[in-house]
Design a protein around this ligand. Structure first.
Ligand code: NAD
Ligand code: TYD
Length: 351
């Protein structure tokens, strides 16, 4: 095998798409999927890869320093693609500490483990840190985030991701560790845990349950199909320049209420309901604390430098996503039957 790559968080939403892409496209790479299988990690996401000779799953927590050091010493990875994180803003408001532990301490453990096995020989080595546009804070009605926008994180989630980004850059600057970073906008697609807006709405609409919209639904997000994000990660991993940051986005901004209305229309057609049925499920609820108004990305640098741009239209991506959730009922019921039902009750009970 050419290279050993540890992909962290590979059993999660985006990670599972990245693991599949790398393990199938590059049979010459040995892909180690390191994941702690929190509530968000699900090996069912990767059932189709079982038995692939270049793919191995390793269960482990990136916060456990001794375990990480031992694993890296044994496996001698050439590269790390780091996606493992606590990723949901609402949960970070309820329980910030787990975000500090995984997103900050976990990242530092991985950086230290790379330093200790690579020493000063960085030939062919890379630490690729996956981050979010939320580190830049909130935009008003105008403007776009560029790679040089000053950091201004405003939720415990985005503050913990911002901190991890700073640490990755500090290790590059101080110890010359070879790194790349990408900051991406909101992803959607198959396998996303149904606590995030789009899969939560699909599930509730399907079950004729209320669809909770925070505040007036005027917040804006830029949505990117997860397969396009995985392709961007492939491009940056292979062609990105050492020390650089690239913003990744979908050029696809939607106000939450418009997005949910579109989905309702779409679901009425899919489920043979009379027009307007699903829209009747929309319920405006108490706003998220500190709710960022708008995120939007200028993805010009990755297009100009690396030739990447999104390929899946929103219409096509939403259709694929809705079809996937409707035909993977068992997956959905399995993830909903665990810890999530407790979280849902806590999150929405007083809203
Ligand atoms: P996810 O919550 O679906 O998956 C996270 C994965 O990390 C899970 O498989 C979980 O088991 C694992 N994990 C969590 N804590 C761990 C720990 N301590 N040790 C080992 N494994 C652990 O997240 P996602 O939406 O796929 O996001 C992946 C990455 O992409 C994150 O770093 C996130 O910040 C970033 N990101 C996400 C989005 C988005 O819209 N979802 C957008 C931009 C960036
Ligand atoms: P989310 O999917 O949690 O992603 P993020 O907060 O990282 O952008 O939320 C997307 C948007 O949808 C955000 O503005 C919050 C809003 N939202 C709701 O209105 N209702 C909900 O039940 C959820 C989960 C989110």
């Amino acid at each position: 095998m050419d290279k050993t790559i540890i992909i962290t968080g590979g059993a999660g939403f985006i990670g599972s798409h990245v693991v599949r892409l790398f393990a199938t496209k590059y049979p010459e790479y040995r892909i180690l999927n390191l994941d702690g299988l929190t509530y968000a990690g699900n090996l069912e996401n990767l059932k189709d890869l079982e038995g692939l000779p270049n793919y191995t799953f390793i269960k482990g927590d990136i916060v456990e320093e001794d375990f990480i050091n031992k694993l890296f010493a044994e496996q001698q990875p050439d590269a790390v693609i780091h996606l493992a994180a606590e990723s949901h803003v609402d949960r970070s408001i309820l329980d910030p500490l787990s975000f500090i532990n995984t997103n900050i301490i976990g990242t530092v453990n991985l950086l230290n483990a790379c330093r200790s096995i690579w020493k000063d020989n960085f030939d062919g080595k890379l630490f690729y840190h996956i981050s979010t546009d939320e580190v830049y804070g909130s935009l008003g009605e105008e403007g776009l985030f560029v790679e040089t926008t000053a950091y201004d994180p405003r939720s415990p989630y985005s503050a913990s991701k911002a901190s991890s980004d700073h640490l990755v850059r500090a290790y590059h600057h101080t110890y010359k560790l070879p790194v790349v970073l990408t900051n991406c906008s909101n992803n959607y697609g198959p396998n996303q845990f149904p606590e995030k807006l789009i899969p939560l709405a699909i599930n509730n609409i399907k079950k004729m349950k209320a669809v909770p919209i925070y505040g007036k639904g005027e917040n804006v997000r830029d949505w990117l199909y997860v397969g396009d994000h995985a392709e961007a990660i492939d491009r940056v991993f292979h062609k990105g320049s050492n020390g650089e940051t690239y913003n990744i986005g979908g050029n696809n901004e939607w106000m939450n209420i418009d997005l949910i209305r579109l989905m309702c229309k779409f679901m009425d057609e899919k489920l043979d309901r009379s027009p307007g049925t699903s829209e009747g499920l929309i319920e405006f609820v108490k706003d998220r604390a500190g709710h960022d108004l708008r995120y939007a990305i200028d993805a010009g640098k990755i297009k100009e430098d690396l030739g990447w741009e999104p390929t899946v239209t929103f219409e096509e991506g939403l259709a694929r996503t809705v079809d996937w959730y409707l035909s993977n009922q068992e997956w959905l019921e399995n993830v909903l039957s665990g810890d999530y039902s407790k979280y849902y009750d806590q999150q929405y009970k007083d809203r």
